[in-house]
Design a protein around this ligand. Structure first.
Ligand code: M6R
Length: 372
């Protein structure tokens, strides 16, 4: 079942090119070339008429929801709020009939997320599920469902479900932007083409050379006690997600921050014992790259140990600053979480493996949290 891999987590990271292709299956219209999510056809007019979209989820699924906020506001131009389901359900949220509540959930059984859906249904809002497990409770209780089509995820640490969720939210954002006139036909075709390139770009990261290099890096970092992850814009949620991944499987303390927030507190933690993973792609990220680069300089000035995730354009420049540079294929800014998260998933995996952790079922964690 593990296909020869030592753990499900590694298998599930490695199969992402294949399952992301599966996630795209039947989601490109063969006649027009536009992206489509057929299971939403019946509710699409209601989504387009929404006053706002609220995304509710927990854990990793909440992180993909945050990427969804950047995507749907950026491309679809519909206001989005992202909430922890556990907060939403207990804080008497204001809900309107023209709200759309989207929940993202791998298992489809997370108790707080399920309850958020029930509250939204009761308020008359349209509810949508972005779910992996077919026929799960959330899939049954939402008005419409988009399945991830990434196959069963066994490892407690979510990896391919995260990229699957981000990919579905990306398709949804492009479709909404196209349908409400913010994206032209020509752009919609071009965006669909770029989305279809993602599985191959993920495969480019998973080469034996890159894996060996990440494994060596993980060996050198295995005794670090604290990590910081920094990212900006679309990559801020990736910083949060990567910190969660490391905590879950390796029991090492890690925090994710928007890069510019570093100087508002966490900078005081930085010393030579502190690895700082910075997501800093350059091509198509003009506005953000220079700003993140200057954050890297601030870390280096305090003897922090920078691990930079960048693209070919940033490689030489960041090699002058960072201890280690990991190159991922360049993408449009709105697609970059789908590639930047991959080396950081592997880093968490191997640090945990070097530390002898029980990676597929970390202590105190369950795959699906069915209690509040
Ligand atoms: O099944 P769900 O996506 O609703 O689960 C939500 C969280 O419990 C889950 O993402 C958790 O944070 C994972 N262990 C993360 O790797």
């Amino acid at each position: 079942q593990k296909n020869g891999y030592k753990h499900f987590m590694l298998k599930e990271i490695m199969e992402q090119p294949k399952v992301l292709r599966e996630c795209l299956r039947s989601r490109i219209n063969e006649q027009t070339g536009f992206l489509q999510l057929p299971s939403l056809d019946n509710v699409m007019d209601r989504i387009l008429a929404a006053r706002r979209i609220i995304i509710c989820a927990c854990g990793t699924s909440w992180h993909s929801g945050l990427v969804g906020e950047y995507l749907i506001e950026g491309l679809g131009r519909i206001p989005v709020e992202v909430e922890y389901a556990s907060e939403f359900r207990y804080r008497s949220p204001l809900l309107f009939k023209d709200d759309v509540v989207i929940v993202t959930s791998q298992s489809g059984e997370t108790a707080d997320t399920l309850e958020a859906i029930r509250i939204a249904n009761k308020a008359g809002a349209l509810t949508l599920g972005i779910v992996n497990v077919v026929g799960s409770s959330i899939a049954r209780e939402t008005s419409a469902v988009v399945y991830l089509q990434v196959g069963p995820e066994i490892g407690v640490a979510s990896t391919k479900a995260f990229t699957g969720q981000v990919l579905v939210l990306t398709m949804l954002a492009v479709i909404l932007g196209h349908r409400n006139g913010n994206i032209t036909d020509a752009e919609a075709l071009d965006y669909a083409r770029q989305v279809q390139e993602i599985p191959d770009k993920v495969a480019e990261i998973l080469t034996p050379e890159n894996l060996a290099s990440l494994k060596r890096l993980s060996a050198s970092l295995r005794y670090a006690k604290n990590f910081l992850y920094l990212g900006r814009g679309f990559n801020f949620p990736v910083a949060l997600e990567s910190a969660l991944k490391l905590k879950e499987v390796s029991y090492v303390h890690a925090e994710g921050y928007p890069a510019a927030e570093m100087k508002h507190g966490p900078i005081s933690l930085i010393d030579q014992q502190m690895p700082v993973c910075v997501i800093a792609p350059k091509r198509h990220h003009e506005g953000n790259y220079e700003k993140v680069r200057s954050n890297i300089q601030e870390v280096v000035a305090r003897s922090g140990n920078v691990i930079a995730i960048t693209d070919e354009d940033g490689r030489a420049d960041l090699a002058t600053l960072a201890e280690h540079v990991m190159v991922v294929p360049s993408t449009a800014e709105w697609l970059s979480p789908l590639v930047s998260c991959i080396p950081l998933q592997l880093l968490s995996y191997w640090i945990a493996d070097y530390r002898g952790c029980e990676i597929d079922s970390p202590r105190n964690l369950a795959k699906s949290v069915t209690v509040e």
